[in-house]
Each structure stands twice: as C-alpha cells, then as structure tokens.
Design a protein around this ligand. Structure first.
Ligand code: SF4
Length: 639
C-alpha cells in the first residue's frame, strides 16, 4: 500500500492531466489536518459522488466538524473521482485517498458514507474497490476499516446490506461519537471484528445487517426478519437528537465552483404538514426548531470564517418555522448593506411567502419557486397538499407583481389514482399561471415547469402503491411535451428509467444487493448522471440474478404485506400510515399536526425524550406523565 507521501508524489504528476484538479488537492480554507502519529481514531467522511456535489452536503460538514472537535479523533474527506481521474488512479495503481493528508481510505479506522439518495449506490461500491476495501462486508478482516453509512436512503438499508458493516438510521450528531467510543474500546479489548459489530448493535439507531437474516414466502414477499444474535434489536429504532445542537459554522471553502457556494443553516428539522408522498417529512419527525438568535449568530460567524456571500436558510417547509418573520427581520437588519444573497427554499403557496421574500430584501428578482406537486384540487387532496387553484393563481399574480419574471412550478406525475386529465391539468395550470404573469408584465413573464415522477417511498402513507410503468410515464410526458409549448413556457422532466432505478433501489429487499453488485461489475457508476446512467446494465443484472424488476415497482402491495424495511422503525405506526393511505383514497386530508396531533407514533416512541425536553423545543404535545396524554391525541380507528 502506498504511503501518503508516495500518493502525493504520484498525484503531482497526474493532476495536470485531469479535469478540475482542485477536486483532489485538499488544502482549502478551514480544512482540518491532524497528526496521524498520535493514535487518534481516524474517520473518512465519504460522499459517493464528485467533490463539486459532495462539498455541499450539510450532513457530512456537520459530522466532519463534530468529529474534529474531539481530541482523540480526526475526520478527513473523500469523494468519488470523476471518470478521467478514476482511470488515472487505476492505471497508476493509486488507491483512493483522503484530501487532507492523502492517506489511502483503507488505512482509516472508520469509513463513513453519506447516502442521501439511492442512485449513489454503485458509486459507493466503486469507491470501496478503488480504496482496496473488500466490497462485501463479510470479506473484511481485522485490518480493514469499519464501513458505516447513514442518510435518508438508509431508512431502507436492505439493498446495500451486503456492503455496509453498520448503518446509522436517523440523525448522526450523537451516534457518530458513540460509534467512535465503541471502536476505541474494541481496539483496546483486542477482540474480533464480530465483537465490534455486536457492540455497535447495542447503540440506539445502529443497524448491523450481519446480525439478521431475511426469510421469504414462496411468492417472494418477506415473511420475517430473524435476529441472529440477542444483541440485535428488533425493530431498530431511528436515532434523533432531542434538541438541535448549535449550527455548524466551520465550513470548508472550495477552490473550485461547487453546486452551492454558500453558508447552509438548518433552521428547523422535521415537518408536520403530512404530504403523503414525502419521505423526508415522515422520517424526520418530530419538528424541532432552532432559536432565531442562534441562527443569526451562526450566520455571522460562518460568513466571517468563509467569506461566502450567500446564505441558505434550510428546512423542509420554511414558512412553517414558528418564528419565520422574526428570523427574516433579524437577518435583514443584521446583514443590511452586506449584499448577501439569502435563499429561503420550500415556501408555501400563499401571499405570506411573497412578503417573506420581500422582507429578506434579496436583490435578485429572477425566479420564485412554488411546489403544488399536482395540478387539480382533487389530486392535491389525495396527496395531502391541499391548496386551492384560486389561491395558487392569486399567489402567482402577487409574485409577478413584485417584479419576479419567472415562476418555477414543481409537479409530479404518477400519483396514486392519477388520470390523464390530471396530467393535462398540469399544462393547463402552467398556462393559467403564465396568463397571470402576462397581465402584470406582458411577454416577459415565464413559467418553468419541472415535472418529476412519483416514487412510492418506504415509511410513507403511499408505500403500498405501485409506481407507473415506463410506458405510462412516457405517455404522460409526451402529453406534457405537446401541451407545454410556446413562448414563456419551459418544461423539464426526468427520463422514466431514472424513476424506475430510484424505485427498485428504494423499495428493494436484500436480494437487490446482488443486482447492485452485478450492475457495478458491468461498469455502472454515477447513476445519478444522465450521461453515465446505463439502464441496459441494470436490466442485464436483473436477468443474471433472475429477479423481476416489476416485482419491486409495479405491484400494489396488500395492506398486511411485510415490507423489506419493516424492521427499521421511524416510530410512525404502520396503522397510522395505513389509515392515512385509506384517507387519501377517500380524498380526506389531515391538517398540520401542530394544530391537532394525529398520534402518528412519535410520542410513544420517544416519550422519555419529550418529557425531558418540555416546552416548544418540539412541536408535538408535551408528555408530562409516564403515560402519553391521550387527551391530546385523536382516537385511531382500528383498520
Ligand atoms: S406526535 Fe402528533 S404532533 Fe407529533 S409529529 Fe406525530 S402527529 Fe404530529
């Protein structure tokens, strides 16, 4: 294995020959370099896509900062090399290395992948291979790093179960520290790798796939998940932090352009709107907010440390942050005259959103984004995003009246019970919004429609429904392409193959691991990139493994089917999700659960945490006694 100096020497010869060498040099402002000779626990934080994307991943930036605050540990970064660099690394036999000290990843104690979405999976395998780490977890020995992974896609970890030693289910801020503690104790104990895994299994939120076995019915559906070791919890309950810690302010400043060159600050976590298609809204409950002062102070410090000129105030639904007006005013006052660009994504469709953008005094007036997700009121009730068309058009009118020339409208096709009329309605609504713009600014008005395709995600009320077939998606997209032509209208969409891949990987069971492996072996990587995604390789891998891709995507699942992800608990009760699914079929909506708790399961699941953190730290009702205050909860009918 090459040592860091040898890697550095070879890199110096290689870098002038590859695109954007700044992706591989490290040495940026605010990177942290520690001494490897002092016996620290070494953690490689890995984003399995290129640097340009990975540097904007807030989760990894938080964990990098937290681990480096420890005196007994260090964190360094690694990203996927782009195609040209991968060839160069393989040709010159250079293992994938960390940016900070150029240590090969195989030399780290822990390699931690961020897997926020499923199309990163083959690239994660490629990174293991480039690093000299065995792809399959059961082929790793005491000399290999512990390979862990976290992020939203791991709420169904099964398709990646064969490659990852330990999954973190849920929020990583506390559990990453515990994993390091357990690793250090294990090192001191000199016991075997199996003992390390059993010790990790005792941590709340950690899932060790090797300690479970999946059993199937004859028809291929899951019968049950068997525990192979008493240390393995069943179910594995997701990890949360009771209170959000102060925001990270030590961001690394890249030398090259990345997707977001900005200070990202998460203003709240979780969402209580209950959109039925939205996995993030379901798996990140309960809602926890940061205080206004803490956010504004963090922005100030981060701007000083980085010199960025843009701030992103992040959350799943910014308008729902309780103190949003106070925050916007405080940010405007504190940074007046500093020519900051401030983004406030995920605003609701109401005139208040326009007021918020005005109060932020952003100078750019080009685009304003709204996400109705469906174009008819019937469909918006089915997906539980009820807003009237009248309100949408009034909001659009107001946006144009404030000088914005373009409104971006996000929709999805393929929602449950969608008809061709619902798809046609997308085009009609876009034209109606454009007509509002024309009233205000004539031909300068523009509507950009982004139409993705719905994937029924695990842990949501729609987890039972089938995905549209390739032919259905193509027919709907053809209709939209025909209908959304003309001046002022622009349409973007995803190829149906992208949707199917996302669906297989998010809904798959353990058998999908072999499909992922076979596809990677055939050359797949960067599946999230249109120019590199090879649908044919996935089809070949399905054929080689004799698995039917339609089994995972186009089958309506019976309400009592055991899902591959059922041993992973978000604490949302299956009965709650099933009831919500049935409500959707009846066109019944749920209001924001901060106004009325629907007993989703969060409170019984985390009663002690809630009791220890009273007041408005959480937006769920308080838990004062040992029992959950059922007076606050509505009666749940038996299904
Ligand atoms: S416990 Fe109640 S208030 Fe809290 S997230 Fe669930 S439904 Fe909403």
């Amino acid at each position: 294995m090459l040592n860091p100096k040898e890697i550095q020497d070879r890199l110096e010869r290689l870098l002038p020959m590859v695109q954007k060498p700044g992706r591989y040099t490290g040495g940026e402002l605010n990177q942290i370099v520690k001494n490897w000779d002092t016996g620290l626990t070494t953690v490689a934080m890995v984003f399995p896509d290129i640097y340009d994307l990975g540097m904007s991943n807030l989760g990894l930036a938080i964990l990098y900062d937290l681990v480096n605050q420890r005196e007994d540990a260090l964190a360094e970064r690694a990203y996927a090399p782009w195609i040209d660099m991968e060839s160069a690394l393989r040709e010159h036999q250079i293992p994938l290395f960390s940016l900070e000290t150029k240590h090969a990843l195989v030399e780290f104690d822990i390699v931690a992948f961020s897997l926020p979405y499923e199309t990163l999976y083959t690239t994660a395998l490629n990174i293991l291979d480039l690093s000299g780490i065995p792809i399959f977890a059961d082929q790793r020995g005491p000399q290999h790093p512990l390979v862990i992974a976290g992020g939203h896609s791991t709420f169904n970890p099964e398709p990646m179960h064969a490659f990852i030693d330990a999954f973190v289910i849920g929020e990583g801020e506390d559990v990453i520290q515990e994993i390091i503690d357990v690793h250090q104790a294990w090192r001191r104990s000199r016991s075997d790798r199996g003992q390390l895994l059993r010790n990790l299994a005792k941590l709340w939120g950690v899932y060790i796939p090797a300690l479970y076995e999946a059993h199937y019915h004859d028809d291929g559906t899951i019968s049950h998940m068997e525990r192979l070791d008493p240390a393995a919890p069943l179910p594995v309950v997701k990890r949360i932090v009771a209170q959000l810690p102060p925001p990270t302010t030590d961001f690394i400043v890249p030398y090259i352009d990345t997707v977001h060159n900005r200070v990202p600050v998460e203003i709240m976590r979780g969402c209580t709107r209950g959109c039925r298609f939205c996995q993030a809204g379901m798996i990140t409950r309960p809602v926890r907010e940061r205080p206004v002062d803490e956010i504004v102070d963090a922005i100030e410090i981060a701007l000083e440390k980085t010199g960025f000129e843009e701030v992103g105030l992040l959350s799943l639904s910014s308008s729902d942050y309780t103190h949003i007006l106070d925050l916007v005013r405080a940010v405007s006052e504190r940074f007046e005259g500093r020519h900051l660009s401030i983004s406030l994504p995920s605003l609701r469709i109401e005139s208040f959103s326009v007021e918020l953008m005005e109060a932020l005094q952003t100078t750019r007036r080009s685009g304003f984004t709204l996400a109705p997700e469906a174009a008819t009121e019937r469909m918006r009730e089915i997906i539980n995003k009820p807003v009237s068309t009248q309100q949408l058009l009034e909001t659009a009118h107001e946006i144009y009246s404030h000088g914005y020339t373009t409104i971006k409208l996000y929709f999805m096709i393929g929602h449950p019970s969608e008809t061709i009329e619902d798809v046609q309605a997308i085009a009609n609504l876009c034209k109606a919004v454009l007509a509002e713009g024309r009233k205000v600014m004539g031909k300068r008005a523009q509507v950009n429609a982004g139409v993705s395709t719905f994937v029924p995600k695990p842990h949501t009320p729609f987890q039972w429904v089938p995905c549209d077939t390739r032919e259905q998606i193509l027919a709907k997209q053809a209709l939209l392409k025909r209908a959304l032509r003309g001046q002022g209208l622009k349409l973007s969409w995803n190829p149906p193959e992208d949707t199917l891949l996302e669906a297989w990987l998010s809904r798959g069971d353990r058998r999908m691991a072999e499909v992922i492996y076979q596809t990677w072996k055939r050359g797949a990587r960067f599946d999230a990139w249109n120019e590199h995604f090879r649908y044919d390789l996935w089809m070949e891998a399905f054929a080689a493994t004799e698995l039917d891709p339609d089994f995972y995507t186009h089958r309506e699942r019976p309400i009592d089917e055991t899902f591959p992800w059922e041993h992973i608990s978000t604490t949302l009760r299956k009965k709650f999700l099933a009831e919500d699914y049935l409500w959707s079929q009846q066109g019944k909506t749920r209001i924001d659960c901060r106004e009325r708790c629907f007993a989703c399961g969060i409170l019984p699941g985390f009663a002690d945490l809630r009791r220890m953190n009273p007041g408005d730290v959480w937006q769920c009702p308080e838990v004062k006694n040992k029992r959950i205050p059922v007076s606050n909860l509505i009666e749940i009918e038996q299904i």
